[in-house]
Ligand binder design. Structure first.
Ligand SMILES: [Fe+2]
Length: 233
């Protein structure tokens, strides 16, 4: 439910070959499909819009089919929360995950900002459910958990990154992802895969998380819950 697998558009896979190599490895680990969630942040990637994402998703799916890989792609996006995010969505549309009500969001701020709440509120009022990606990686510290409590009370779901279990994202995410697991804050866990060179580490995170928190719980958060939320299955 969180991948930068579309080639050549953000900091994810750079080429179609990288996308196909990643898919081969993902399939070896039992994955059957990915929601394409490139960064929707016009400051850095002005051309990434829901309309373009759909076209790019269709193009990569054709390459996958041509390679005989039997792997599904769905549209999505990772919406950067920033002061003009509502204006951007009003102009370009909301990048929902696989056409569901769910919208993957992230932000990188040293301190919590009012427009984070404003953007989440705008989505909720319109009937969407925001999913905040990798809160454990946020540089924000002070009172951060209180803000998380508040947005969780309003219905925002949290998604943890499996790579954080390996320590490759640094000490703070490594400790925080475990604390948030202990506190049962996450609804979902995901790979947030980028390029093939970091994919194995992200996959290793699945085994580490399963070892520490139980394979059944990790499977539910990585697979069952995603099917249930996005596809009603
Ligand atoms: Fe991401």
């Amino acid at each position: 439910m969180h991948s930068h697998i579309l080639p050549g558009i953000d900091d994810g896979c750079a080429t179609v070959d990288e996308s196909l190599d990643s898919i081969r490895l993902l399939k070896q680990h039992g994955f059957v499909g990915s929601v394409c969630t490139p960064h929707c942040w016009p400051m850095q990637y002005p051309h990434i819009t829901p309309t373009h994402i759909k076209a790019w998703r269709d193009a990569l799916q054709r390459e996958i089919d041509k390679a005989g890989l039997d792997y599904a792609l769905w549209t999505g996006g990772e919406l950067r929360l920033y002061p003009d995010a509502v204006e951007w969505m009003s102009a370009h549309g909301v990048p929902t995950l696989a056409g569901s009500e769910f919208v993957l969001c992230d932000f990188w701020e040293p301190d919590w900002q009012a427009w984070i709440d404003d953007t989440l509120d705008w989505l909720i009022e319109k009937g969407y459910t925001p999913i905040l990606a990798h809160p454990e990686r946020s540089p924000t510290h002070e009172e951060y958990d209180t803000h998380l409590d508040r947005i969780m009370d309003r219905g925002v779901l949290l998604q943890g990154n499996l790579r954080c279990f390996t320590g490759e994202e640094g000490r703070h995410p490594d400790q925080t992802v475990r604390r948030y697991m202990d506190e049962d804050r996450y609804t979902l866990l995901a790979l947030d895969m980028h390029r093939p060179n970091t994919l194995q580490g992200r996959l290793d995170g699945i085994a580490l998380a399963a070892e520490e928190f139980g394979a059944e719980r990790v499977e539910a958060m990585l697979d069952t819950k995603v099917r249930e939320l996005l596809f009603g299955a």
